[in-house]
Design a protein around this ligand. Structure first.
Ligand code: CP
Ligand code: NVA
Length: 306
Protein backbone atom coordinates (compact mmCIF):
# COMPACT_ATOMS: atom_id res chain seq x y z
CA UNK A 1 0.00 0.00 0.00
CA UNK A 2 1.23 3.51 -0.80
CA UNK A 3 0.37 6.93 0.59
CA UNK A 4 0.80 10.24 -1.25
CA UNK A 5 2.31 12.52 1.38
CA UNK A 6 4.90 14.37 -0.70
CA UNK A 7 6.40 14.20 -4.20
CA UNK A 8 9.67 13.26 -2.53
CA UNK A 9 8.40 9.66 -2.23
CA UNK A 10 7.63 9.34 -5.96
CA UNK A 11 9.90 8.62 -8.90
CA UNK A 12 9.80 10.50 -12.16
CA UNK A 13 8.23 7.46 -13.82
CA UNK A 14 5.48 7.28 -11.19
CA UNK A 15 4.71 11.00 -11.48
CA UNK A 16 4.48 10.75 -15.28
CA UNK A 17 2.40 7.61 -14.99
CA UNK A 18 -0.15 9.39 -12.77
CA UNK A 19 -0.24 12.38 -15.10
CA UNK A 20 -0.82 10.22 -18.15
CA UNK A 21 -3.68 8.47 -16.33
CA UNK A 22 -5.07 11.92 -15.50
CA UNK A 23 -4.91 12.95 -19.17
CA UNK A 24 -6.84 9.78 -20.09
CA UNK A 25 -9.44 10.34 -17.38
CA UNK A 26 -9.83 14.00 -18.44
CA UNK A 27 -10.29 13.10 -22.11
CA UNK A 28 -13.04 10.64 -21.24
CA UNK A 29 -14.71 13.06 -18.83
CA UNK A 30 -14.87 15.69 -21.57
CA UNK A 31 -16.98 13.22 -23.57
CA UNK A 32 -19.21 12.72 -20.54
CA UNK A 33 -17.73 9.30 -19.83
CA UNK A 34 -16.85 8.34 -16.27
CA UNK A 35 -15.43 4.92 -15.46
CA UNK A 36 -16.48 3.78 -11.96
CA UNK A 37 -12.90 2.89 -10.99
CA UNK A 38 -13.80 3.28 -7.31
CA UNK A 39 -17.39 2.13 -7.20
CA UNK A 40 -18.87 2.37 -3.69
CA UNK A 41 -15.52 3.37 -2.17
CA UNK A 42 -15.50 6.17 0.39
CA UNK A 43 -12.91 8.93 0.70
CA UNK A 44 -12.70 10.60 4.11
CA UNK A 45 -11.48 14.21 3.75
CA UNK A 46 -10.16 15.89 6.89
CA UNK A 47 -9.75 19.64 6.73
CA UNK A 48 -7.96 21.52 9.50
CA UNK A 49 -7.67 24.54 7.18
CA UNK A 50 -10.00 26.23 4.67
CA UNK A 51 -10.27 25.13 1.05
CA UNK A 52 -12.21 25.70 -2.13
CA UNK A 53 -10.35 23.78 -4.84
CA UNK A 54 -9.06 20.85 -2.81
CA UNK A 55 -12.43 20.21 -1.23
CA UNK A 56 -14.47 20.52 -4.41
CA UNK A 57 -12.03 18.59 -6.62
CA UNK A 58 -11.73 15.65 -4.23
CA UNK A 59 -15.45 15.52 -3.54
CA UNK A 60 -16.44 15.76 -7.21
CA UNK A 61 -13.56 13.47 -8.17
CA UNK A 62 -14.52 10.55 -5.93
CA UNK A 63 -18.17 11.00 -6.97
CA UNK A 64 -17.20 10.76 -10.65
CA UNK A 65 -15.23 7.60 -9.85
CA UNK A 66 -18.39 5.99 -8.51
CA UNK A 67 -17.57 6.51 -4.84
CA UNK A 68 -18.47 8.98 -2.14
CA UNK A 69 -16.60 11.74 -0.34
CA UNK A 70 -17.04 12.58 3.32
CA UNK A 71 -16.16 16.16 4.22
CA UNK A 72 -14.77 16.15 7.75
CA UNK A 73 -14.00 19.63 9.00
CA UNK A 74 -11.97 19.66 12.20
CA UNK A 75 -14.50 22.20 13.50
CA UNK A 76 -17.14 19.49 13.43
CA UNK A 77 -15.36 16.25 14.32
CA UNK A 78 -13.86 15.23 17.67
CA UNK A 79 -10.36 15.87 16.28
CA UNK A 80 -11.04 19.58 16.74
CA UNK A 81 -11.86 18.96 20.41
CA UNK A 82 -8.61 17.20 21.05
CA UNK A 83 -9.16 13.58 20.02
CA UNK A 84 -5.70 12.31 19.05
CA UNK A 85 -4.98 12.19 15.33
CA UNK A 86 -3.71 8.63 15.65
CA UNK A 87 -7.10 7.55 16.98
CA UNK A 88 -8.90 9.39 14.18
CA UNK A 89 -6.62 7.58 11.71
CA UNK A 90 -7.45 4.18 13.19
CA UNK A 91 -11.20 4.85 13.25
CA UNK A 92 -11.26 6.08 9.64
CA UNK A 93 -9.18 3.05 8.62
CA UNK A 94 -12.04 0.83 9.86
CA UNK A 95 -14.77 2.73 8.04
CA UNK A 96 -13.55 4.34 4.83
CA UNK A 97 -11.36 3.20 1.93
CA UNK A 98 -9.04 6.17 1.48
CA UNK A 99 -8.27 9.39 3.35
CA UNK A 100 -7.14 12.89 2.50
CA UNK A 101 -5.90 15.43 5.02
CA UNK A 102 -5.18 19.15 4.91
CA UNK A 103 -3.37 20.26 8.02
CA UNK A 104 -0.56 22.32 9.51
CA UNK A 105 2.66 20.38 10.18
CA UNK A 106 3.83 17.73 7.74
CA UNK A 107 4.50 15.60 10.82
CA UNK A 108 0.74 15.43 11.40
CA UNK A 109 0.31 13.90 7.95
CA UNK A 110 3.09 11.46 8.69
CA UNK A 111 1.55 10.55 12.02
CA UNK A 112 -1.82 9.86 10.42
CA UNK A 113 -0.12 7.70 7.80
CA UNK A 114 1.74 5.75 10.46
CA UNK A 115 -1.52 4.65 12.08
CA UNK A 116 -3.55 4.35 8.89
CA UNK A 117 -4.24 1.06 7.17
CA UNK A 118 -5.80 2.87 4.20
CA UNK A 119 -3.99 5.07 1.64
CA UNK A 120 -3.60 8.69 2.75
CA UNK A 121 -3.27 11.70 0.44
CA UNK A 122 -1.87 15.08 1.45
CA UNK A 123 -4.20 17.94 0.62
CA UNK A 124 -1.57 20.45 1.82
CA UNK A 125 0.58 20.99 4.86
CA UNK A 126 2.76 23.92 5.89
CA UNK A 127 5.63 22.07 4.17
CA UNK A 128 4.19 20.71 0.90
CA UNK A 129 1.24 20.75 -1.49
CA UNK A 130 1.92 17.79 -3.81
CA UNK A 131 -1.53 17.60 -5.47
CA UNK A 132 -1.13 21.20 -6.61
CA UNK A 133 2.17 20.52 -8.30
CA UNK A 134 0.84 17.44 -10.08
CA UNK A 135 -1.92 19.66 -11.51
CA UNK A 136 0.64 22.33 -12.39
CA UNK A 137 2.86 19.91 -14.26
CA UNK A 138 -0.12 18.39 -16.06
CA UNK A 139 -1.08 21.93 -17.18
CA UNK A 140 2.47 22.67 -18.28
CA UNK A 141 2.46 19.49 -20.40
CA UNK A 142 -0.96 20.23 -21.89
CA UNK A 143 0.22 23.66 -22.95
CA UNK A 144 3.34 22.14 -24.54
CA UNK A 145 5.68 23.88 -22.11
CA UNK A 146 7.37 20.77 -20.74
CA UNK A 147 10.11 20.86 -23.40
CA UNK A 148 13.12 22.91 -22.32
CA UNK A 149 11.17 24.02 -19.30
CA UNK A 150 12.64 26.89 -17.32
CA UNK A 151 10.38 27.68 -14.37
CA UNK A 152 10.68 30.72 -12.13
CA UNK A 153 9.06 30.83 -8.71
CA UNK A 154 9.11 34.30 -7.19
CA UNK A 155 7.70 34.64 -3.69
CA UNK A 156 7.41 33.06 -0.29
CA UNK A 157 9.60 30.02 0.38
CA UNK A 158 6.51 28.08 1.43
CA UNK A 159 4.69 24.79 0.79
CA UNK A 160 4.20 25.63 -2.89
CA UNK A 161 7.86 26.57 -3.34
CA UNK A 162 8.93 23.35 -1.63
CA UNK A 163 6.71 21.26 -3.87
CA UNK A 164 8.12 23.05 -6.92
CA UNK A 165 11.58 22.04 -5.70
CA UNK A 166 10.47 18.43 -5.38
CA UNK A 167 8.77 18.40 -8.79
CA UNK A 168 11.68 20.02 -10.66
CA UNK A 169 14.30 17.85 -9.01
CA UNK A 170 12.37 14.66 -9.72
CA UNK A 171 11.36 15.51 -13.29
CA UNK A 172 14.62 17.18 -14.21
CA UNK A 173 13.89 20.72 -15.36
CA UNK A 174 15.38 24.11 -14.52
CA UNK A 175 13.83 25.90 -11.54
CA UNK A 176 14.85 29.32 -10.29
CA UNK A 177 13.58 30.34 -6.88
CA UNK A 178 13.65 33.87 -5.53
CA UNK A 179 12.30 34.84 -2.11
CA UNK A 180 12.81 37.93 0.05
CA UNK A 181 15.40 37.73 2.83
CA UNK A 182 13.97 35.88 5.81
CA UNK A 183 11.41 34.04 3.67
CA UNK A 184 13.73 31.60 1.89
CA UNK A 185 12.87 27.97 1.23
CA UNK A 186 13.71 25.39 3.88
CA UNK A 187 17.37 24.43 3.69
CA UNK A 188 16.76 20.71 4.10
CA UNK A 189 14.22 20.69 1.26
CA UNK A 190 16.65 22.62 -0.92
CA UNK A 191 19.48 20.20 -0.14
CA UNK A 192 17.23 17.25 -0.92
CA UNK A 193 16.27 18.86 -4.22
CA UNK A 194 19.96 19.26 -5.09
CA UNK A 195 20.45 15.60 -4.24
CA UNK A 196 17.53 14.44 -6.46
CA UNK A 197 18.77 16.77 -9.21
CA UNK A 198 21.98 14.76 -9.49
CA UNK A 199 19.95 11.86 -10.84
CA UNK A 200 17.39 13.77 -12.89
CA UNK A 201 19.68 16.44 -14.33
CA UNK A 202 17.52 19.23 -12.92
CA UNK A 203 19.05 22.67 -12.52
CA UNK A 204 18.03 24.23 -9.23
CA UNK A 205 19.00 27.87 -8.79
CA UNK A 206 18.36 30.25 -5.92
CA UNK A 207 18.36 33.83 -7.22
CA UNK A 208 19.03 37.06 -5.38
CA UNK A 209 16.67 39.21 -7.42
CA UNK A 210 13.24 38.42 -8.89
CA UNK A 211 14.28 39.67 -12.31
CA UNK A 212 17.21 37.25 -12.43
CA UNK A 213 14.82 34.37 -11.76
CA UNK A 214 12.26 35.44 -14.36
CA UNK A 215 14.70 36.32 -17.14
CA UNK A 216 14.08 34.02 -20.09
CA UNK A 217 11.81 31.71 -18.06
CA UNK A 218 9.11 29.78 -19.94
CA UNK A 219 6.85 29.39 -16.91
CA UNK A 220 6.52 32.02 -14.18
CA UNK A 221 4.73 31.32 -10.94
CA UNK A 222 4.15 32.66 -7.46
CA UNK A 223 1.90 32.19 -4.45
CA UNK A 224 0.25 34.27 -1.76
CA UNK A 225 2.56 36.20 0.56
CA UNK A 226 0.36 35.24 3.51
CA UNK A 227 -0.40 31.53 3.77
CA UNK A 228 -3.08 29.99 5.93
CA UNK A 229 -2.01 30.27 9.54
CA UNK A 230 0.13 33.39 8.94
CA UNK A 231 -2.67 35.95 9.16
CA UNK A 232 -1.09 37.75 12.13
CA UNK A 233 2.05 38.45 10.04
CA UNK A 234 0.07 39.97 7.18
CA UNK A 235 1.18 43.62 7.50
CA UNK A 236 4.85 42.74 7.98
CA UNK A 237 4.83 40.29 5.09
CA UNK A 238 3.13 42.72 2.74
CA UNK A 239 5.85 45.21 3.47
CA UNK A 240 8.75 42.71 3.35
CA UNK A 241 7.60 41.35 -0.04
CA UNK A 242 7.66 44.73 -1.81
CA UNK A 243 9.30 44.32 -5.22
CA UNK A 244 8.17 40.72 -5.54
CA UNK A 245 4.92 41.26 -7.44
CA UNK A 246 4.66 39.57 -10.83
CA UNK A 247 3.51 42.41 -13.05
CA UNK A 248 3.76 43.19 -16.76
CA UNK A 249 7.28 44.54 -16.35
CA UNK A 250 8.40 41.33 -14.70
CA UNK A 251 6.63 39.11 -17.27
CA UNK A 252 8.30 41.08 -20.08
CA UNK A 253 11.64 39.64 -18.93
CA UNK A 254 10.41 36.08 -19.42
CA UNK A 255 10.23 34.31 -22.78
CA UNK A 256 7.67 35.53 -25.26
CA UNK A 257 4.45 33.57 -24.64
CA UNK A 258 5.68 32.49 -21.23
CA UNK A 259 3.06 30.84 -19.10
CA UNK A 260 1.95 32.22 -15.75
CA UNK A 261 0.60 29.82 -13.14
CA UNK A 262 -0.94 30.44 -9.74
CA UNK A 263 -2.28 27.76 -7.40
CA UNK A 264 -4.98 30.14 -6.13
CA UNK A 265 -6.39 31.84 -4.18
CA UNK A 266 -4.63 34.87 -5.71
CA UNK A 267 -4.33 38.32 -4.16
CA UNK A 268 -4.14 40.86 -6.93
CA UNK A 269 -1.99 43.85 -6.23
CA UNK A 270 0.24 41.77 -3.96
CA UNK A 271 1.96 38.69 -5.44
CA UNK A 272 0.45 39.27 -8.90
CA UNK A 273 -0.96 42.27 -10.74
CA UNK A 274 -4.52 42.16 -12.02
CA UNK A 275 -3.21 42.60 -15.60
CA UNK A 276 -0.93 39.55 -15.44
CA UNK A 277 -3.59 37.47 -13.75
CA UNK A 278 -6.30 38.27 -16.30
CA UNK A 279 -3.95 37.89 -19.27
CA UNK A 280 -3.19 34.35 -18.09
CA UNK A 281 -6.61 33.46 -16.68
CA UNK A 282 -7.05 30.66 -19.19
CA UNK A 283 -3.87 28.90 -18.03
CA UNK A 284 -4.63 29.53 -14.35
CA UNK A 285 -8.12 28.06 -14.54
CA UNK A 286 -6.88 25.09 -16.59
CA UNK A 287 -4.48 24.57 -13.70
CA UNK A 288 -7.34 24.75 -11.19
CA UNK A 289 -9.46 22.34 -13.25
CA UNK A 290 -6.61 19.87 -13.51
CA UNK A 291 -6.71 19.40 -9.75
CA UNK A 292 -9.89 17.42 -10.38
CA UNK A 293 -8.45 15.19 -13.09
CA UNK A 294 -5.07 14.57 -11.52
CA UNK A 295 -6.49 13.77 -8.08
CA UNK A 296 -8.86 11.26 -9.65
CA UNK A 297 -5.78 9.67 -11.19
CA UNK A 298 -4.00 9.68 -7.82
CA UNK A 299 -6.94 7.98 -6.12
CA UNK A 300 -7.19 5.31 -8.84
CA UNK A 301 -3.41 4.81 -8.82
CA UNK A 302 -3.28 4.38 -5.02
CA UNK A 303 -6.30 2.10 -5.05
CA UNK A 304 -4.53 -0.12 -7.58
CA UNK A 305 -1.47 -0.43 -5.30
CA UNK A 306 -3.48 -2.00 -2.50
N1 CP B 1 -4.88 25.69 -4.52
C1 CP B 1 -5.59 25.17 -3.51
O1 CP B 1 -5.24 24.16 -2.90
O2 CP B 1 -6.77 25.82 -3.26
P1 CP B 1 -7.71 25.63 -1.98
O3 CP B 1 -6.97 26.18 -0.79
O4 CP B 1 -8.94 26.41 -2.31
O5 CP B 1 -7.99 24.17 -1.81
N1 NVA C 1 0.65 28.72 0.42
C1 NVA C 1 -0.79 28.71 0.46
C2 NVA C 1 -1.33 27.77 -0.56
C3 NVA C 1 -2.83 27.74 -0.65
C4 NVA C 1 -3.33 26.73 -1.63
C5 NVA C 1 -1.25 28.36 1.86
O1 NVA C 1 -0.67 27.44 2.46
O2 NVA C 1 -2.17 28.98 2.37
Amino acid sequence: MRHFLTLRDFSKEEILDIISLAVKIKKRAKKGKFKPYMKDKVLGMIFEKSSTRTRVSFEVGIHQLGGKGLFLSSDDIQLGRGEPLKDTARVLSRMVDMAMIRTFGQERIEEFAKYSTIPLISGLSDRYHPMQLLADYMTICEHGKDKNLIAAYVGDGNNIAHSWLMLASKIGFELRICSPKGYEVNEQVLNDAHEFAKKSGAKILVCEKPKNAVKNASVVTTDTWVSMGQESEKAKRQSDFQGFMIDDKMMALAQKNAMFLHCLPAYRGYEVSDEVFEAHANEIFDEAENRLHVQKAVMVWLDRQR
